[in-house]
Design a protein around this ligand. Structure first.
Ligand SMILES: Nc1ncnc2c1ncn2[C@@H]1O[C@H](COP(=O)(O)OP(=O)(O)OP(=O)(O)O)[C@@H](O)[C@H]1O
Ligand SMILES: [Mg+2]
Length: 446
């Protein structure tokens, strides 16, 4: 028998019995109650660790019971059971202290996984405890799914050391946000956090940007320049879009990281530097290595710690919390938008989010710019979210699409998915950036 007692509360007796069997089979001690009052009686007598509470119950609903449980014993963790129709209310429950919510119907192994995660969190997760000094650093990193909580744990563990970190994930998954959290959680928090976007730097000036140069070392070098590795001091240098770093710099960067020293362009002497390096990319580095565009040795050196952020579609439970977070972010106390209607949330939950958190953020911001008031309704969401495949379907189903129509729609779709990021769209379309610009001009897509 595991050392955990679970109390299941639901007026649906079949569901309570099913939960009891599932949890007993996994060796948990289980108590059951059919309403809030019965649940509170049990809580007063038995040492309960976790309560699974239905949101909708007669006499005393889930919110009220949650509040009473917390008054009685702060340490009891509460999981809220909810249907799709009441997810937004379940999110409210998290704000007042529930650990998590589970959407009905759920699968047997899903509920066991949640409970196991919760048990782990109770015993070892430092980030769940808001009294931990690092906790508030995650205010901008909304996450509740197991994988994201694991990432939070990793961040806390590595924040204070000097190892290089490689952050991987599709566009808009929050790589920049995580790099900042690593910086903020550790000893560098009051030092500089410098970002270098490797994709946008002129390849000829890259070396000088990173390592600096001495006066006269090349045409235009009219005075000495200190590079970013050095000016970052003891802070963090975030190399964003690392896959775009020119090949000739890759070997120099590798050496610099290994030796913790650099040589400015034109200089003879090496200089020490102490910045921590964090790199990120949304490119498949394995493919780039296969094509010999990215050095394997640099990859291994950068990925001493590697953090892979799952796409938003793989962690949909984060969506309601993110929606709530962005509504607050854009509302700025004017209280124009009070929340999201359940049918709108359902549309949002069913969409695939190719542009990930950024696309979701833009979708909420759009509602503000449209002047929506009260709750965001399904009609306030962009057309593409309601009918994600509409572009290609209409061209073909109408049976009158020309090749150019099709190409135009595909490009529009890619631009939409990358939130207007042309470099990313070109990559997804597997065409060169210059080709993309040409086509945008030809089809007048600007
Ligand atoms: N977990 C999160 N909680 C709150 N906001 C988030 C989260 N993840 C991402 N965001 C927000 O989403 C937007 C995109 O995130 P970010 O720029 O970090 O993505 P990225 O992975 O670096 O994307 P790209 O590959 O296009 O550079 C930002 O506004 C960021 O603040
Ligand atoms: Mg980024």
């Amino acid at each position: 028998m595991k050392d955990q007692s679970i109390l299941c509360v639901d007026d649906d007796i079949n569901l309570v019995n099913a939960l009891k069997i599932i949890l007993n089979n996994s060796n948990y001690r289980v108590f059951t109650a059919s309403d809030g009052f019965e649940a509170l009686d049990i809580l007063k007598e038995k040492p309960i660790d976790i309560a699974i509470v239905d949101y909708k119950m007669p006499r005393m609903d889930g919110v009220e019971l949650l509040k009473k449980i917390k008054e009685l014993n702060q340490k009891v963790e509460v999981l809220i059971l909810t249907g799709y129709g009441t997810i937004s209310n379940a999110v409210e429950c998290i704000k007042i202290g529930a650990f998590d919510y589970i959407i009905k119907p759920f699968r047997k192994d899903d509920i066991i996984k949640r409970i196991e995660k919760l048990s782990e969190a109770r015993t070892e997760t430092p980030v769940k405890d808001v009294t931990q000094p690092h906790y508030y650093k995650f205010d901008n990193l909304i996450s509740k799914t197991a994988k994201m909580l694991e990432i939070r744990n990793t961040i806390v563990k590595i924040a204070d050391n000097d190892s290089t970190v490689l952050i991987l994930g599709e566009t808009g998954t929050g790589k920049g946000e995580i790099a900042k959290a690593i910086h903020d959680c550790g000893k560098r928090t009051n030092k500089k956090f410098n970002i270098i976007d490797c994709a946008s730097i002129n390849p000829n000036l890259f070396e000088s940007e990173l390592f600096g140069h001495i006066k006269g070392s090349f045409t235009g070098a009219s005075k000495d320049k200190i590079g970013l590795l050095k000016t970052t001091g003891e802070g963090t240098l975030f190399l964003d879009e690392i896959a775009d770093i020119p090949k000739y710099i890759q070997v120099k960067l590798l050496r610099a990281i290994e030796e913790k020293e650099l040589r400015p362009v034109g200089a003879i002497q090496h200089q020490k530097f102490s910045a921590r390096i964090i790199a990120a990319t949304n490119t498949n580095l394995y493919e780039a290595m296969k094509k010999d565009e990215f050095r394997k040795d640099l990859y291994y050196r950068l990925s001493v710690v590697s953090i892979e952020i799952p796409a938003l579609r793989e962690r949909k439970d984060d969506i309601p919390l993110l929606v709530d977070h962005f509504i607050k972010k854009f509302d700025k106390d004017r209280k124009l938008i009070t929340g999201i209607a359940d049918e709108a949330l359902q549309v949002i939950m069913e969409y695939d989010w190719p542009g990930n958190v950024r696309e979701l953020e833009n979708c909420i911001e759009r509602a503000f710019s449209l002047g929506v008031e009260g709750k965001i309704g399904a009609d306030d969401l962009p057309y593409t979210i309601h009918t994600p495949d509409s572009c290609s379907n209409t061209v073909f189903s109408a049976g009158k699409g020309t090749m150019s129509d099709y190409e135009k729609e595909i490009i529009l779709k890619a631009l939409n998915a990358s939130n207007g990021n042309k470099r990313q769209a070109a990559r997804n379309l597997k065409i060169g950036i210059a080709t993309l610009y040409r086509k945008i001009k030809r089809y007048n897509l600007n």
